[in-house]
Write a protein that binds this ligand. Structure first.
Ligand SMILES: C[S@@+](CC[C@H](N)C(=O)[O-])C[C@H]1O[C@@H](n2cnc3c(N)ncnc32)[C@H](O)[C@@H]1O
Length: 238
């Protein structure tokens, strides 16, 4: 933790900064915001505020009990993001993986079913090289899998639809390296569950992941940022 008279801060990566209790990423598209977030300079470098109540990845970084940086992929790597939405989380991920002009040579394959999301993602990609928007279904790998000739070390899924766990397991089998990290954001309300409450549902999901070739490294409750959501951090081992 770095310290000076006004601030306590921690660099979670070259681009991601925790300043007291707020999260920031170095803006790869200087002067521009993506979703109305604040801009601020630290030591003359412009950062964007990463709002954890608008981003499950941001919420998980704030809520994890482990080293926060283990949730982030390697800068300059290729990653797969399923359920890209309008690009809120992806824009911060892009700051970290690609940097300005994609100087780091990273690649984010961002898949979403909704044409309105693709419009926003396509605009974002025109300002942020390295972002590859795909109009597609997370379940239909053959339509877009050609964009990922090699398996990735980091995969994120936030599709908020029923059958999320099976979609995640199948995507990891096809696209995630052994030892790679898959992050599954699970929305309890999206599952058809008639059991004993959402804690039991979350335990069952962790069990299902453990039985299908993953070690669940952490189940992070996002309560306070995104109620009724858990983010599972699953390492693929088989
Ligand atoms: C909660 S939003 C994602 C928000 C985004 N992850 C973020 O943090 O900025 C869920 C998205 O998943 C998309 N989605 C739902 N089912 C899908 C599927 N089968 N394949 C691809 N995208 C899907 C929806 O269109 C929606 O944009």
């Amino acid at each position: 933790m770095g310290k000076n008279r006004q601030h306590r801060f921690e660099m979670l990566s070259w681009a991601v900064r925790l300043e007291n209790r707020s999260l920031w990423s170095e803006n790869a598209d200087q002067g521009n915001t993506v979703y109305g977030e604040s801009l601020r300079k630290f030591s003359g470098i412009e950062y964007r505020r990463w709002d954890p109540s608008r981003s499950k990845l941001g919420a998980a970084i704030m809520r994890t009990r482990r080293d926060r940086s283990y949730l982030l992929p390697d800068p300059g790597s290729t990653v797969l993001y399923l359920g890209a939405g309008h690009g809120t989380s992806i824009s911060h991920l892009h700051d970290h993986i690609c940097g300005a002009r994609n100087d780091l040579g990273g690649r984010i394959v961002a898949v979403d079913l909704a044409p309105r999301c693709l419009r926003d993602l396509t605009h974002l990609a025109s300002l942020r090289p390295g972002l590859v928007p795909v109009l597609g279904d997370a379940r239909k790998h053959n339509a877009w899998g050609v964009l990922l000739p090699r398996k990735v070390k980091w995969l994120f899924q936030d599709v908020a639809q029923s059958g999320q766990v099976e979609i995640f397991i199948n995507a990891c089998r096809r696209f995630l390296q052994i030892n790679g990290i898959g992050l599954l954001s699970l929305k309890a309300a999206s599952e058809r569950w008639t059991g004993e409450g959402e804690d039991v549902l979350f335990e069952k999901v962790a069990e299902q992941l453990s039985e299908t070739g993953f070690i669940v490294e952490e189940s992070i409750k996002l309560t306070g940022y995104e109620d009724n959501h858990v983010l599972f951090v699953a390492r693929r081992v088989e």
